[in-house]
Design a protein around this ligand. Structure first.
Ligand SMILES: C[S@@+](CC[C@H](N)C(=O)[O-])C[C@H]1O[C@@H](n2cnc3c(N)ncnc32)[C@H](O)[C@@H]1O
Length: 365
């Protein structure tokens, strides 16, 4: 297995002393409560209070400022102290924010991941075992009876939907500036955005290039959300919707004109490798030697920073338990193999975009 150097050292050699390893094992054993305590330290505003008070706050002061009982503050601060998100001055008994607490409070990726795990995944994790054994997103029944989360997306409870979109947009939005430069180097006139969702990338494209036309392929219910989201926006008249379910093998790519670019951002991770090959084969049918297919994904093996690889391999289990039961955040070797099996080849790979995306540029063989 190939791994970028940033990951190789960590994943091929034991890193921890026995004492640290035991602590981490206990940290995992108490993972759910470590998570909930930390989430509530944010929600109740305790981390923020500590950030705003450099000299720190006593338990009583936290209790007065939050309105929480002394008991509630005591259990939360005891727990947070041993988690490592706050520190105590034993002389003054004042708590301050540690570096971990600072990241929990201020790191946008961490915040989005916390909300995603709490609102979208938490109850679903109880069905992970079933999902792994059956190859079905067994946790999705917490919200409704759909075959995949994508079919239910427009009907999810509002807070769940909000965290899902915040999570999805956070990752892809951060890469769009660099991605636009890469894709528009070839000045595409007609671009297909496969899995275009609420039209954020399509809007960026029509604003970036006044001549480009974008066709969004997505499930019909998502196209409704897209039309709502782009209504009245400048350039929205150059965005068309093409509704279909790509899990239906008869669903084909549009042939109304020649497309110079096919864009798939955070899309192929919604499918198993077998399905990916199948979809790419259908895409290849409308590709000419001049067409380029751009696959933007967060490949866990191509990360500059190790925590990103950690997040991505954990996010894979969301696909297992909630999204569809059979997809994941892929290793780039798996994707290259699927591209080749579909009769295409990878021309170039751009790494380190935004939160850790890569873009594979593919062409016909
Ligand atoms: C994870 S979102 C990615 C959205 C966007 N491209 C981005 O980068 O943020 C995946 C998109 O693929 C669409 N999708 C999933 N399964 C699909 C299917 N079977 N047929 C068509 N579109 C599908 C979803 O509706 C969703 O809009």
């Amino acid at each position: 297995m190939n791994l970028f150097p940033s990951l190789k050292e960590k994943y091929t050699k034991e890193q921890l002393s026995a004492r640290d390893a035991q602590r981490l094992a206990e940290f995992i054993a108490f993972g759910p409560i470590v998570f909930q305590t930390s989430r509530l330290m944010i929600k109740f505003g305790i981390f923020q209070l500590l950030r705003d008070n450099d000299e720190g706050l006593t338990r009583q002061e936290i209790s007065e400022k939050t309105g929480l009982s002394d008991y509630a503050v005591k259990v939360l601060t005891d727990s947070s102290l041993t988690i490592g998100s706050i520190l105590i001055d034993t002389e003054t008994e004042k708590f301050t924010l540690s570096k971990v607490g600072w990241f929990l409070l201020n790191d946008p990726a961490t915040r989005v991941n916390i909300d995603f795990n709490n609102d979208v995944n938490y109850n679903g994790w109880f069905h992970l075992e079933e999902a792994l054994l059956e190859g079905k997103p067994a946790g999705l029944k917490e919200f409704g009876e759909w075959p995949t989360v994508y079919e239910g997306l427009s009907k999810l409870p509002k807070d769940v939907q909000k965290s899902w979109f915040a999570f999805d947009h956070f990752y892809s939005d951060g890469s769009f500036n660099q991605a636009l430069e890469i894709v528009f180097k070839n000045r595409p006139k007609n671009l297909i955005d496969v899995g275009g969702n609420t039209g954020r990338w399509a809007m960026r494209c029509v604003n970036y290039d006044k001549d480009v036309n974008v066709t969004i392929m997505d499930l019909p219910q998502q196209l409704e959300l897209m039309r709502e989201a782009t209504k009245g926006e400048e350039g929205a008249d150059r965005i068309n919707g093409y509704g279909l379910n790509l899990l239906d093998n008869n669903a084909s790519f549009p042939t109304d004109k020649e497309y110079d670019a096919i864009w798939m951002s955070q899309f192929l991770d919604c499918f198993s490798l077998e399905e990916i090959v199948n979809i790419l084969k259908r895409a290849s049918k409308i590709m000419t030697p001049n067409t380029r297919l751009y696959i933007m994904e967060t490949f866990w093996d191509r990360q500059k920073y190790e925590p990103a690889a950690f997040c991505l391999t954990q996010i894979s289990l969301y696909f297992t338990a909630i999204a569809n039961g059979n997809s994941k955040m892929y290793h780039s070797e798996d994707m290259i193999k699927a591209v080749n099996e579909a009769g295409l080849e990878v021309e170039t790979i751009h790494d380190y975009l935004g939160q850790g995306h890569s873009i594979m540029i593919c062409k016909t063989k």
